[in-house]
Design a protein around this ligand. Structure first.
Ligand SMILES: Nc1ncnc2c1ncn2[C@@H]1O[C@H](COP(=O)(O)OP(=O)(O)OP(=O)(O)O)[C@@H](O)[C@H]1O
Length: 257
């Protein structure tokens, strides 16, 4: 159970500021979706939260500034699955997902039965059991994506940052993955932040959306408040109709001219 607070967070590369003075708060067990057009700063924002890019302003988990904590402690608090991960050569799927347990291991660094059990359960849930012994280099794009997410989930951090977790996944695997994240949220109170390009999925799973445009918050609120035809036309230069699903959540449908 952890709250995440961003206090006037700015981030960028060399002298190029990409995210400007963003402030928001995600309550314990909340799910915030970050949306916005290509290049609007979504990935940079997540990287700034985990300290991978130069940034200014505050990132607080349960009121503690992440920048003041050691690497191991930070990894226990915040899990991160990047959009384009660097995968180590020579590891199997199981070995790689077990790396997610590293921040929790004792001084000898040996995994226990509980760690192996958790990894095996995650592989099962993400439809990876048949690939458990396969080398990472032999996986398809979607299999690789699910493996990277399994590692982030194995970390069992209070805050989970997922950068485009459904990219490259078919609709069934995308739903299974988001359902699993939703279960972690319900069972463990995990606080989730995801960037997502699929706005309909974003509306179905997240509680609140932040729409970034050129690194600034252009809109923030519930999916119904943010996903309006006019906002999407303005920010994405897109022709869309916003329909309504039976549960009341918005469905963003592209419209051909
Ligand atoms: N390592 C880098 N060095 C310099 N500029 C970068 C770097 N990484 C990203 N950028 C720039 O920062 C801006 C924001 O990129 P970012 O990846 O955060 O956008 P995004 O919203 O996640 O985009 P997408 O939807 O295309 O994934 C872009 O203009 C991009 O070119």
């Amino acid at each position: 159970m952890s709250t995440l607070e961003l206090d006037e967070l700015s981030a960028g590369y060399r002298r190029h500021t990409v995210v400007s003075e963003m402030s928001t708060r995600v309550e314990s067990g909340g799910w915030l979706g970050i949306i916005g057009p290509n290049g609007s700063g979504k990935s940079t924002l997540l990287k700034a939260i985990v300290g991978l890019v130069h940034h200014q302003g505050g990132v607080l988990v349960d009121g503690r500034a992440l920048g003041e904590l050691g690497r191991r402690e930070r990894a226990r608090l915040v899990g991160y699955a990047p959009q384009i991960p660097q995968l180590p050569v020579g590891l199997t799927v199981t070995d790689y997902v077990l790396l997610g347990r590293t921040p929790h291991l004792g001084p000898l660094g040996r995994e226990g039965a509980g760690d192996l059990e958790l990894v095996s359960e995650l592989l099962e849930r993400l439809d990876l059991t048949a690939l458990a012994g396969r080398a990472l280099t032999t996986l398809s794009g979607g299999e690789r994506q699910r493996t990277v997410l399994a590692r982030a989930l194995a970390q069992r951090a209070g805050v989970l940052l997922l950068d485009e977790p459904t990219t490259g996944l078919d609709i069934g695997h995308a739903q299974a993955l988001l359902d699993l994240v939703e279960e972690l949220r319900a069972e463990l109170g995990t606080t989730v932040v995801t960037t997502l390009h699929d706005l309909t999925l974003a509306a179905q799973y997240t509680e609140r959306l932040v729409l970034l445009d050129h690194g600034r918050v252009a809109a923030e609120g519930t999916p119904n408040e943010v996903l309006t035809t006019s906002e999407l036309a303005e920010r994405y230069a897109a022709r869309v109709s916003v329909l309504q699903a039976p549960d009341g959540s918005p469905i963003v449908a592209p419209v051909r001219e």
